[in-house]
Design a protein around this ligand. Structure first.
Ligand SMILES: [Zn+2]
Length: 417
């Protein structure tokens, strides 16, 4: 076949296609113009109603919902019999298609391998001052004899050590509410700071746009640096303040607002750092109520209803004024505390443990003592035997069978291995 002939045939073929298209198009045009009087309507193709969603793939269910103009809501669950990403069940309610999607069977072997134990212990670290010095004469990172204040570099190293060991910071408030959002195989850790020392959040400069800069060697400076370095982890802590708040009169309110807007929390450490065993009921209400009221005026609904007991006192919950630390009324202002923190010596139990008591929680002193007397090193060595290790799923509560006796009642799906 020569080229000319080939071109001619192509042209005539094209012509036929064009004619067919014109005729067909005209027909459609004719029919669609007849709709007004109801004659000659083309039957519309109806999408078949689905009533049983089990084993349908999520992708198919989504395209079905799209055709039917249903809104779709998915939740996930484990199922031994339904493959991953297929539907376990579905129902339609007011044009919303609610689907439960399978995550496959529970990965028991992985849980065993990672030693998941959601009844393990959780360290609530207690810090006070963070001091920028390299000439401290005390043990390790201690700045004073008892190690209540810590050097900035020791604090930065603590954060790295926690991270390396697989601990991830969570909010104290979440722990109290039994929400432990940590990836599979990782452990929660909680940071607290008492006394509102200036060196916790020292402002070095207020910018023209209203933002400010923190001393990089302050607790916030170190935490923010950690946050930049480890984008896969959170940096958070709860700061327990006294009447002097952040001890920087010109910035106090700004700092408190900044903290709660940037992933940190603020709680109550009493107005005058009072020893509760030395005061009566009325004074107790004033010390606790006034501080909550102060926070309410600056950051309403954004502070945590948690009190850290100054000096860790009283040592017993049976102390006569303890009920007023938790709940009371001062000058017509009502307050309550969801939790009370002691000056403890060891990690606390899991929020799923039947002995979990938010009103009297122990903390770990963040200090050095050559691996003795519950210092940081000793605490983290001991934790290797019984640390909380997450299954990475907020709906499951996974524990080794040997821990079962410690369990409190739970609405979560219990997984034992
Ligand atoms: Zn204190």
């Amino acid at each position: 076949m020569n080229m000319k002939r080939k071109t001619k045939m192509k042209k005539s073929g094209l012509l036929v296609v064009v004619i067919i298209l014109i005729l067909f198009g005209g027909g459609i045009f004719y029919l669609s113009n007849q709709e007004d009087d109801g004659k000659f309507l083309l039957p519309k193709k109806e999408e078949k109603e689905i009533t049983d969603f089990e084993n349908l793939s999520l992708a198919d269910a989504e395209s079905y919902a799209k055709k039917k103009k249903y809104e779709i809501k998915t939740t996930y669950d484990y199922d031994e019999n339904i493959e991953k990403d297929k539907i376990i069940s579905g129902n339609l309610e007011d044009n919303v298609l609610n689907l439960v999607v399978s995550e496959g069977s529970i990965p028991i072997e992985t849980f065993k391998e990672k030693k998941v134990n959601e009844l393990g212990k959780v360290p609530i670290m207690m810090y006070h001052g963070i001091v920028n010095t390299t000439t401290n004469k005390y043990t390790g990172g201690n700045v004073d004899k008892d190690g209540y204040n810590r050097t900035s570099s020791a604090f930065a190293k603590d954060l790295e050590m926690y991270y390396e060991k697989g601990y991830r910071m969570i909010r104290l408030e979440d722990y109290i509410n039994g929400v432990i959002d940590v990836e599979l195989g990782y452990s929660p850790i909680i940071l607290t700071f008492d006394d509102g020392n200036e060196n916790n959040f020292k402002v070095t400069k207020k910018n023209e746009d209203g933002t400010f800069e923190f001393d990089p060697n302050s607790a916030i400076g170190v935490l923010e640096e950690f946050k930049k370095k480890h984008q896969d982890a959170k940096a958070t802590a709860t700061f327990f303040l006294n009447g002097g708040l952040c001890n920087q009169p010109q910035y106090n309110e700004d700092i408190v607002k900044w903290l709660v807007e940037n992933g940190y929390d603020v709680g109550n450490h009493t107005i005058s750092h009072v020893d509760f065993t030395k005061i009566g009921n009325e004074k107790t209400k004033e010390e606790v109520g006034k501080l909550y009221q102060k926070l309410d005026n600056i950051i309403p609904d954004k502070y945590v209803h948690i009190i850290a007991l100054p000096f860790g006192s009283p040592y017993k919950k049976s102390h006569s004024n303890y009920p007023y630390i938790i709940e009371g009324e001062y000058n017509g202002y009502k307050y309550h505390s969801d939790a009370g923190l002691r000056v403890g010596w060891e990690p606390e139990v899991s929020p799923f443990n039947k002995d979990f008591d938010t009103s009297f929680l122990k903390r770990v002193r963040a200090y050095d003592n050559n691996g003795k007397e519950f210092d940081i090193q000793m605490t983290f060595n001991l934790l290797e035997k019984n640390r909380f290790i997450s299954d990475g799923n907020k709906k499951l509560l996974t524990i080794p069978k040997s821990e079962e006796g410690k369990l409190k009642e739970t609405e979560l799906k219990l997984v034992k291995y």
